[in-house]
Write a protein that binds this ligand. Structure first.
Ligand code: XUL
Length: 518
C-alpha cells in the first residue's frame, strides 16, 4: 500500500491506495480550524496580518500530523505501507536553525513532534501563498536580474509576491540576525517530508519551481537569482530533486508510535498543484485540468519549460517528468457570485436549462468578466466591460450570465495560448464543475470533450500515486485505474459552435486590449 499526504492551507489529508486491487483504502483529514482550535487559525492561517502578510504556525502542521496518524493507525495496518509521498500548499516557507537535523534524529515518542521541534525554528511563523507583502523585494530581484523577462526565462515565472525567493529576501532584511542563524529553509512540502524521513530532504522540482530560484533549464538553483535574493542562500537550501526519488526509511518515531514498518520508505513531497495534475490523471500532454473555485486555475503538462511571454502564467515541474503550467484567474467564483447577486439570481440561472434558453446568443455578446483586480491578464479591473446588443448591455440577466461564463472561458483560452497545447480532453474539478451548463460551455469554448472525476482529494491521491511511482509502479498505468471519469460525466463539444467562438476570440482580445489601455 502507498500513502499520500496533502498538507494544504486548511487541512492535512491522507489517502492510502492499494495498486494490486485498485482500491482507495482510506481518505482521512484533520481540519486545522476545527480540530486544532488552540492555533486560532479558523481558515488555516493567522488572521489579521499587517501589510499583506499572511502567515501560519508550522507547529500546527506538526500537531496535525500526529493527530492524523493517531486517527488512522486504528483504521489501517500502517506496517503495510511501502512508500510515502506528499504534497503541500505551494510557496510557503519554514526557517530552521542548525539543531533541526539533530532534533529529527533524536525524536522520542513520549513527546509530540511540535514540542520537540519548536526550539529549532528561527522564525516562529511561516509566510504562505496568500501573502502579498513582498512587492518591494520582487522589484529588487527583478532589477538585479535586468528585468522580468530574465527572471521568467530562468525560473518560469516573473518575480511574484507569494513566491518563496521574494519571501526569503524580506525575512533576511526584516530580521538579519535570525536569517543568519537559519541553517535550513524549507517549503511546506519539503519540511513535512523532512519530518517523516527524520532528516533534511530535497525540494522537489514541482514545488521548487514556485520559488523564483530554480533554473528550469538545468533544474538547479540559479546562482544569480540566489545572489539577488539573500546572502549565503545556497547553503540554506537542500538540493532540488525529482518527487519520485526515495530519500530513505521513515523516522523511527513513526515506526514506534504509529506502527509503520522499518522498511517503509519516504519519497519527496511536491506542490499541491503538481500533485493534483497526477491525481487528476492529467500528466500526459493534451490533458488539461480546469479547477473552478474561488479563483479558477488552469493547468496542463508540457514537455519542455516554455514560459508565458506576458509573464502571467507559471511553469512548475511535473512530478512524473517534464513540466506543467499553472495559470490562475482571480475572478473565478468571485465573479460568478457577484453577477448572481447583482441580479438577485440563484445558481439555477447558471444551469443547463437556463443557458439553453439563450443558446442563440452564443458568442454574440462579449463581457470582460472582472469584478476586481485580475492576475491573468494582470490589471486592476473594477467592473465588467460589456459589448453587445442593447438588451444585453442594459442589463438582461440571462444574456449576462451566458456572456460572463463565455468571457471567463474565452479569457482562459486566450491566457493559455502561449503553451501551444491542443486540448484533447479537459478534466474539470472544483465546486462549480458539477454544473452541467458550465461544463458544456467549457467544452464548447475550447472545442474539447470535458469530463469530471470522482476523486475529491486529487492532491493527496496524486501524492499516493507518486509514492507508488517511487517504488517502481508505472504511474500512467495506475492513473487509468484511480483517475477514471465518473459515469455520465462526459460532455462533447457542439461542433456548430467551433466557428462561432473562433470568430469572437479576436473581438474579445480587442476589447481586453482596449480596457487595459493597450
Ligand atoms: C499556486 C498557489 C496556490 C497554492 C494553494 O501558485 O499559490 O494554488 O498552491 O495551496
Amino acid at each position: 500500500m502507498f500513502l499520500g499526504f496533502d498538507s494544504s492551507t486548511q487541512s492535512l489529508t491522507a489517502v492510502i491506495i492499494n495498486p494490486q486491487t485498485g482500491e482507495i483504502i482510506l481518505q482521512e483529514s484533520v481540519h486545522f480550524g476545527n480540530d486544532l482550535p488552540q492555533y486560532k487559525s479558523p481558515s488555516g492561517f493567522i488572521p489579521g496580518g499587517k501589510d499583506g502578510e499572511v502567515h501560519s504556525d508550522p507547529l500546527m502542521w506538526l500537531d496535525a500530523l500526529d493527530l492524523l496518524l493517531g486517527r488512522i493507525k486504528d483504521q489501517v495496518d500502517l506496517s503495510k505501507i511501502r512508500m510515502i509521498a506528499g504534497s503541500g500548499q505551494q510557496h510557503g516557507s519554514v526557517y530552521l536553525d542548525d539543531s533541526f537535523e539533530g532534533r529529527l534524529a533524536g525524536l522520542v515518542i513520549s513527546k509530540s513532534l511540535s514540542e520537540q521541534l519548536k526550539p529549532a525554528f528561527t522564525r516562529a511563523t511561516a509566510p504562505i501563498w496568500m501573502d502579498t507583502s513582498t512587492g518591494e523585494q520582487c522589484a529588487e530581484i527583478t532589477a538585479a536580474l535586468g528585468g522580468s523577462d530574465e527572471v521568467c526565462a530562468r525560473s518560469g515565472s516573473i518575480a511574484i509576491e507569494r513566491f518563496t525567493g521574494p519571501q526569503i529576501r524580506r525575512f533576511s532584511k526584516l530580521d538579519p540576525e535570525a536569517y543568519a542563524r537559519t541553517a535550513h529553509i524549507h517549503l511546506v512540502s519539503s519540511f513535512m517530508a523532512s519530518v517523516l524521513a527524520g532528516k533534511s530532504v530535497s525540494i522537489d522540482y514541482g514545488d521548487g519551481a514556485g520559488m523564483n530560484l530554480l533554473n528550469l533549464e538545468g533544474l538547479g538553483w540559479d546562482t544569480d537569482l540566489l545572489e539577488a535574493t539573500a546572502p549565503d542562500l545556497d547553503s540554506k537550501l537542500s538540493s532540488p530533486g525529482a518527487a519520485t526519488t526515495p530519500q530513505g526509511p521513515i523516522a523511527g518515531y513513526f515506526v514506534e508510535k504509529y506502527g509503520f514498518s522499518t522498511d517503509c520508505q519516504c519519497a519527496l513531497f511536491t506542490g499541491d498543484n503538481p500533485a493534483s495534475l497526477v491525481g487528476m490523471g492529467a500528466t500526459d500532454p493534451g490533458n488539461i485540468v480546469i479547477s473552478l473555485g474561488t479563483s479558477d486555475t488552469f493547468f496542463a503538462s508540457m514537455p519542455g519549460p516554455k514560459t508565458d511571454p506576458n509573464g502571467y502564467g507559471h511553469v512548475f515541474g511535473n512530478p512524473i517528468g517534464g513540466f506543467m503550467s499553472l495559470i490562475c484567474f482571480r475572478n473565478g467564483s468571485l465573479a460568478r457570485e457577484a453577477l448572481r447577486d447583482v441580479h438577485g439570481l440563484d445558481w439555477s440561472a447558471f444551469e443547463a436549462p437556463a443557458l439553453d434558453a439563450t443558446a442563440d446568443a452564443a458568442g454574440k455578446n462579449l463581457m470582460l468578466p472582472f469584478y476586481g483586480p485580475e492576475i491573468t491578464p494582470r490589471f486592476d479591473f473594477s467592473q465588467p466591460v460589456l459589448q453587445g446588443s442593447e438588451k444585453f448591455e442594459t442589463g438582461d440577466a440571462a444574456l449576462q450570465v451566458r456572456a460572463l461564463l463565455e468571457g471567463q472561458f474565452m479569457n482562459m483560452r486566450l491566457g493559455s495560448q502561449w503553451m501551444e497545447v491542443q486540448a484533447e480532453r479537459i478534466r474539470l474539478t472544483g465546486g462549480a464543475s458539477k454544473n452541467n451548463g458550465i461544463a458544456q460551455l467549457v467544452a464548447d469554448v475550447f472545442q474539447a470533450p470535458v469530463e469530471r472525476l470522482d476523486v475529491s482529494n486529487s492532491a493527496a491521491l496524486g501524492a499516493a500515486l507518486i509514492a507508488a511511482g517511487a517504488a517502481g509502479h508505472d504511474v500512467s498505468e495506475l492513473q487509468k485505474t484511480f483517475c477514471q471519469a465518473s459515469a455520465g460525466s462526459q460532455l462533447q463539444p457542439n461542433p456548430a459552435l467551433d466557428q462561432v467562438y473562433e470568430n469572437s476570440m479576436p473581438a474579445f482580445k480587442d476589447l481586453l486590449a482596449g480596457a487595459m489601455g493597450a
